[in-house]
Ligand binder design. Sequence first.
Ligand code: WT7
Length: 652
Amino acid sequence: MAEEPETEPEIEARLPEQDSFEPPESFVEQANVTDDPRDEFDENWPQCWENAADKLDWFDGYDEVLDDSDAPFYEWFVGGKLNACYECVDRHVEDGRGDATALSWEGEEGETREYTYEELLDEVQAFAAGLRDVGVEEDDVVTMYMPMVPELPIAMLACARIGAPHNVVFAGFSADALRTRMENASSDFLVTCDSYYRRGEKLDHKKKADRGAPDEATKIVVGRFERYVPTDGEYAYRELVTRHEGASVEPVERDAEDMLFLMYTSGTTGTPKGVKHTTGGYLSYAAWTSHAVLDLKPEDTYWCAADIGWITGHSYIVYGPLSLGTTSLMYEGAPDYPTKNRLWEMVEGYGVDVFYTAPTAVRAFMKWGTEHPESHDLSSLRLLGTVGEPINPRAWKWYYRYIGGEDCPIVDTWWQTETGGMMVTTLPGVDEMKPGSAGPPLPGIDARVVDESGDEVDAGDAGYLTVHKPWPGMLRTVYGDDERYLSEYWETYSDEDADEWVYFPEDGAKIDDDGYITVLGRVDDVVNVSGHRLGTMELESSIVGVEGVAEAAVVGGEHDVKGEAVYAYVIVEEGQDTDDTFREEIVDAVEDDIGPFARPEEVVFTDALPKTRSGKIMRRLLEDIASGDELGDTSTLRNPDVVKDIERKLEK
Ligand code: WT7
């Protein structure tokens, strides 16, 4: 019974018109949090954070919630002892929930695997024993470079079990990016995989891993389709696990402040930063926000369609949901493979209750058409979420109408790699929703919008997002670089003499009369492509590394699906051809240095870049050109003609 796809005006007509939405009654009735805890948290700060710590079963209770004596090097739940793997696995088995499903996995080609909490415990212990066998000791950093296969969370949990911090590198990153991260983390161990499918194409992942890993690294390789035969200095994952089958490995007692993992992220300057997260604060925060915002319950089937290679997957595929004993669904492949129905087939097939994705995905769904979600029974869904970039009101309403059936609250969650967990969002059973605005800060989070001098802006005015109190999930430092931690995050708005510390996330924002925050985007030189953070400086240095390139400027331009796309303006050396072959060479260099997801959307060859009279590149102008926006006053330019020239080239 093939129905005619709806036309644009028909779709539009069915989108709700109002600008605010109350949480649906059906949701409120069963929500984890229904009375707004914000006042109580404020009055009782920082003790209020016991609410988060109470989500865990500590081996040894902490003596103090917060030690701020060496701010901004804060310590949380001081003296407490715990093990993150025990919290996410063992205790659910001890509670008699060993038969409940922990991980449900689906490969791109349709194969499935399931691990109950008991099975997960067995495999994690066997692999933990295997890690020790190959020489991993407590506090050694173990790098993981693999796609979305169950062995990834298993390896993370096995590391957590023996107190070895993990350092997951997104599989889409290049060999070079892997090397930088392993070197910076002084990591001598790599867990990787031989190959995987992406949109039906088999990728030789091991080749990339071999090029990137330092020579002396010990490698453990997952055979994705068949038994992996290790060469010198390598081990096969399956062989190690088989050898240690039935092993019992005690979860080591970690201090609350011991490092749980490192996660690298991009900033304005220099090399990627190793964001350091700890065991007690991070895990409490991931568990608490999963409870309060994602409303997770043990009986839920929950799907976060992100990749574990990013922080979203760490906090909300692995640590948050598993600490609460939920079933976390993992999908290996592309959302439109083999058809654009894939995600909705999975939601229907698994009976997904809570679904969390990025606005870029929602915009893609909109483009693909309503017939895909409409031909599936999505009634199991009770809550939807987004993360990674601002969501435009139209995409929000489409998500609400066509995926949620106007029956599911949407949480638009603002946070960062550095914050460890969600910071600004509505509580789904409490707060009214306003499409396009993330919402008020979470309980206990003192987020504000300030002007250049740090004073709060009036409602409706644009300013900078700042956080005026620490929180348990916060990063503790930039790995090996306390100076950079201070200068990147604290220097801008803190008053050191007064011991007043203000965290600066480098986002622009607005706030309304109800205290709802609309995040406008990065104010530093970072491009947000499909929710992935890319430093323009990393991109530029990759491009100027190509022989024949004299100068390059990279900016983000608006893109209707990706949010932002990479635009590269390139000046070539005398005699260098500016044909498609050379353009391709530049794009390839970026792919090689960073990864395919960083590919420039456009490479524009130009004779000059717009510069001020003092010689500074006018980035904002280049952004406006890339976005096709109206250009403001260009009279302060040293070379106003160049702007016309670039605009003309982009139009063709
Ligand atoms: C940057 C952090 C948090 C996990 C994924 C990205 C942007 C994130 C939102 C949102 C508007 C958002 C910010 C932030 N961002 N969530 N709900 N609304 N912008 O983590 O790579 O560390 O990037 O993503 O610009 O600073 P990340």
